[in-house]
Design a protein around this ligand. Structure first.
Ligand SMILES: Nc1nc2c(ncn2[C@@H]2O[C@H](COP(=O)(O)OP(=O)(O)O)[C@@H](O)[C@H]2O)c(=O)[nH]1
Ligand SMILES: [Mg+2]
Length: 343
């Protein structure tokens, strides 16, 4: 076993930081470590936190850390931030908002820059989660910066996705339409101390109620199990009974700046975790995610191998397609056959 992997297993923060950096930089040792550590993963509960910038995600994460620490659980946070000039300060902001936990050995906080490596980010996030999982953190929180497609990808690596909404941001409904509904396992309406929180709750309830069949269909395709038409239960923050085949996202009102409503929020998250582990639908979802990951890594590895093996032939084939001696369709089929013949 790699020395760094061994040290990660003992929870050594410096080894953890090193391993995370290797993943971020995509150095070859990263895969070696991930292979070594994989058998020791699968224990942590991974919570994705997403929502519009300014909704209060970092402030809320700080309170979640507090709530889980009170329950004697070790917590790690990965805050994903793009290093754009507009949000460059966000990294520092996240650190500051959670800084009171910096000296607690049961808490590990790390900001990750997106650096524009789009699709690769969800893979990096997933691999980083595995390091923290192997290192013994009971809870790994992944805070994303916004609600775009990338963020949705990242939260899909989570077991439970918490969508943070807040009154007064104006585009809640837009964000919901953008695909958040099929990702949300629990909603937090933050800034419940401000006017408009009730309206935000109603918006979400409405979207859940209107979601209906189309959401269920989309959710299944994406490996999520979403139940529409159950606004009634969600309306009162009632958590769906364990054993239900569908999950209805509950809505919790919180005031993150003051730490109000967090017992309810943690209870809502915990009931989702129980649903995941104890129902067939939940177990299927976890399996679907792993299958998806495997397909993704296989696709990448195959493309890489094929491009490598066929590099020499490619130039010739391109030339003969250009000369109209063959067509791209036949050429592709012949290249695939040539590649397969190697096995
Ligand atoms: N009134 C009020 N303000 C809040 C609350 N939670 C966060 N904020 C403020 O909202 C702003 C954005 O918070 P932040 O956690 O950085 O949001 P993020 O961009 O989603 O991570 C900060 O000024 C917070 O102090 C809350 O519950 N009530
Ligand atoms: Mg933040």
């Amino acid at each position: 076993m790699h020395e760094i992997a061994e040290r990660v297993l003992t929870g050594d923060p410096r080894a953890i930081a090193r391993a995370l950096r290797w993943i971020d930089d995509r150095v070859p040792q990263a895969e070696e470590i991930l292979r070594d550590l994989f058998p020791s993963t699968g224990k942590a509960w991974v919570i994705g936190v997403t929502g519009n910038p300014g909704a209060g995600k970092s402030t809320l994460c700080d309170r979640l850390i507090e709530a889980f620490r009170k329950r004697a659980l070790k917590v790690a946070v990965i805050a994903v931030d793009p290093t754009s000039p507009y949000t460059g300060g966000a990294i520092l902001g996240d650190r500051i908002r959670m800084s009171r936990h910096a000296t607690d050995p049961g808490v590990f906080i790390r900001s990750v820059a997106t650096r524009g490596h789009l699709g690769g980010l969800s893979r990096s996030a997933r691999d980083m989660v595995r390091i923290l999982d192997a290192a013994g953190y009971d809870i790994v929180i992944v805070e994303t910066v916004g609600v775009g497609q990338d963020e949705l990808e990242i939260t899909r690596t989570a077991h439970s996705t918490l969508v943070v909404m807040a009154p007064g941001l104006g585009d809640e409904v837009q964000a919901i339409k953008a695909g958040i509904m099929e990702t949300a396992d629990v909603f937090a309406v933050n800034k419940a101390d401000k006017d408009g929180a009730d309206a935000t709750v109603r918006d979400i309830e409405l979207m859940i109620a209107l979601g209906g069949e189309s959401l269920v269909a989309v959710g299944k395709i994406r490996g999520h199990v979403v139940h529409g038409g159950a606004g009634e239960a969600a309306a009162h923050g009632v958590v769906a009974p364990v054993g239900a085949s569908h999950w209805t996202p509950p809505i919790s009102r919180v005031v993150s700046t003051r730490g109000v409503g967090f017992d309810e929020l943690v209870a809502a998250l915990e009931s989702h975790r129980t649903w995941l582990t104890e129902t067939t639908a939940g177990q299927e979802r976890r399996r679907a995610r792993l299958a998806e990951e495997l397909r993704e890594t296989l696709r990448e590895a195959l493309i890489e191998a094929a491009e490598h093996d066929l590099a020499a032939t490619m130039d010739l084939v391109v030339a003969s397609v250009a000369a109209r001696e063959t067509d791209p369709y036949t050429a592709t089929r012949e290249l695939v056959e040539k590649f397969r013949a190697r096995f």
